[in-house]
Design a protein around this ligand. Structure first.
Ligand code: NAD
Length: 319
C-alpha cells in the first residue's frame, strides 16, 4: 500500500502525514456520523499512514473528543505512532481563555481522549478573546501544562491572519510552537501564503485546515451555518457545477491545491466516513505521482477569481 508523505512541523521534531484527519465531523457538526463509520474512517486513515488527528472540546460539545478517544482506544493504536492535537478556550457555551479554565480544560480533554498527554494543545479561535490576555495569561498557563507533561507543544488557532503576528511578536520565542490557520489556503483563498516567510523566520510550524473551505468546495455544498457571503457561496456552487459537468470532483482538486505547498506541514480535512478517507488519500497519492490537473485548476481559479480571498468577519474588535 502506498503511504502518504510526512513533513516536519516547524521546530517540533514531529513528522506529520501531509494529510491530517480533522475530527470535527466526528462531533456531528456536518451531520450525524455513526460509531461504525467513525471507527472505520479512523482505522482506514491509520492504515494509509495518516498519523495526525485534530479535535477540540468545542466540536459537538465534547462529542468529537470522546468519539476520537474511543476509536483510538478500540483500535489499540500505539501512542507513539500518532500525533493528537486538541484545543482549549472555546466551548459549546462560549469562550474562556483564563488560566484557570484552560488548566482545567486539558485534564477534561485528556479524560475524554483517554490519553496521558496530547502532542499539541491549541488556544482555540483566539480572535474571540482579548489577544493581550492570550499573550499575558493563556500562553503562560499553557507553558505550565507543557512543563507538567500534559501537552508536548503549544499552538494558536483562528481565522484572521493578523492574530498570529500580534501574538508571536509579543510572546517569548519558543512559547508558541505551531499555528493552525483555516480557510486561508484553498483555491478560493490563499492569503496564508504571504504569512509563510514570517512564520518560518519565527520557527513556527504551520497547519492549514479546511482545504474544502468547510464544505464550499464539495459536491454536497456547505452546512447551513457556513458564514460565507451569498456571493462567495454562489461562486463556489458555480465551480462545483463546472467540475461536475466535466465529470471531475471539485474536492479532489481543492485538496490537491492545498497539499502542493510543502511549507505547510499538514492539511487538515474533516472526514466522516471511510469513503472520504479513501478519496482524500487517493487524491494525495495521485498528486505525488501524476501532479495536479493544471487545466481544471485554471478553470476553477477563473470562476473563483471575482471572490478570491473573500473571507468573513470572525471574533471581537480588539482594543
Ligand atoms: P473541510 O474544508 O475539511 O471540509 C469538511 C467537509 O468536507 C465535511 O462536510 C466533510 O464531510 C467533507 N469532505 C471531506 N472529504 C470529502 C470528500 N472527499 N468529498 C466530499 N466531501 C468531503 O473543513 P473542516 O472540517 O472545517 O476542517 C478540517 C479540520 O480542521 C476540522 O475537522 C478541524 O479539525 C480543523 N479546523 C480547525 C479550526 C480551528 O481551530 N479554528 C477551524 C476549522 C477547521
Amino acid at each position: 500500500m502506498a503511504i502518504l508523505e510526512r513533513r516536519e512541523l516547524g521546530n517540533t521534531g514531529l513528522k506529520l502525514s501531509c494529510l491530517g484527519f480533522g475530527a470535527s465531523p466526528l462531533g456531528n457538526v456536518f451531520g450525524h456520523v455513526s460509531h461504525a463509520d467513525a471507527l472505520a474512517a479512523v482505522r482506514l486513515a491509520l492504515q494509509h499512514g495518516i498519523n495526525f488527528f485534530d479535535t477540540s472540546p468545542y466540536y459537538g460539545g465534547t462529542v468529537s473528543e470522546t468519539v476520537l478517544g474511543n476509536c483510538l482506544r478500540e483500535l489499540n493504536v500505539p501512542r507513539e505512532d500518532i500525533v493528537v492535537s486538541t484545543k482549549c478556550g472555546r466551548y459549546i457555551d462560549g469562550f474562556d481563555f483564563s488560566a484557570e479554565r484552560v488548566t482545567r480544560s486539558i485534564d477534561e480533554s485528556l479524560a475524554r481522549l483517554k490519553l496521558d498527554y496530547v502532542d499539541i494543545l491549541h488556544c482555540h479561535d483566539i480572535e474571540f478573546g482579548s489577544l493581550d490576555q492570550i499573550v499575558n495569561e493563556t500562553i503562560p498557563a499553557l507553558q505550565k501544562i507543557k512543563a507538567a507533561g500534559k501537552a508536548r507543544f503549544i499552538g494558536i488557532t483562528g481565522l484572521p491572519l493578523g492574530i498570529f503576528t500580534y501574538v508571536l511578536d509579543r510572546v517569548p520565542p519558543g512559547s508558541v510552537d505551531v499555528i493552525l490557520s483555516y480557510c486561508h489556503y484553498s483555491i478560493n483563498d490563499s492569503a496564508l501564503l504571504d504569512l509563510l516567510p514570517y512564520l518560518k523566520s519565527k520557527g513556527v510550524g504551520v497547519i492549514s485546515a479546511s482545504p474544502l473551505a468547510m464544505g464550499l468546495l464539495t459536491d454536497n455544498g456547505p452546512p447551513e451555518w457556513h458564514p460565507a457571503s451569498s456571493e462567495l457561496k454562489s461562486a463556489c456552487r458555480a465551480a462545483v457545477a463546472h467540475c461536475r459537468k466535466k465529470g471531475k470532483n471539485i474536492s479532489k482538486i481543492a485538496l490537491q491545491y492545498s497539499l502542493m505547498n510543502k511549507e505547510i506541514s499538514t492539511v487538515l480535512v474533516g472526514m466522516n466516513s471511510p469513503k472520504q478517507v479513501e478519496e482524500n488519500v487517493a487524491a494525495a497519492l495521485e498528486l505525488s505521482s501524476l501532479g495536479i490537473d493544471e487545466d481544471l485548476l485554471h478553470e476553477v481559479e477563473a470562476i473563483l477569481e471575482p471572490v478570491k480571498t473573500q473571507t468573513w468577519p470572525s471574533g471581537i474588535q480588539q482594543g
